[in-house]
Design a protein. Sequence first.
Length: 175
Amino acid sequence: MGIAIKSDRMVVREIEISDAKSLLNYLKEPKINTLIELPKTLSGLEKYIREKRSSRRWVITLRETNEVIGSIVLKNISQKHQRADIGYRIGANYEWKWYMTEILSCFCEYVFSEKEIQRIQARIREDNSASIKLAENIWFIYEGKARNFMKKNGIFYDFLLYGLIKKEKDKKSLW
């Protein structure tokens, strides 16, 4: 097992083959199923995990049961510019209960302290009020709107850009 970031109730860690069955259950949620592009069969998921082992996708698990309840992806990492994009999802049973605030705070702290990253940015669909509130709760700053940024099922969506800068985060007292 690789690096694990722990909070009081959860662990964020790199995805493992043993997560496939629990991850598959998580991916069956209708909202999650349309947002995360991963294989939807056990064998497909196991193959994906084996091949993408070094990817930047992490799973969020409950400390007590090891059940997968969400995921975080760190992508578009630029060593030259010391920045990365972050994406996050949590299962419906865990929304609005501060789970994501708790674990995402720990994860961002890890990225800033252990990686040579000085900027984390999140692109959030304009109609995703929960994600916007989450980003703002952990000190991400609204930076602008990308109109018609993504097309899904024939519909264009606007996205909002939020950024968190290490030196600004260091001045805040949330964490």
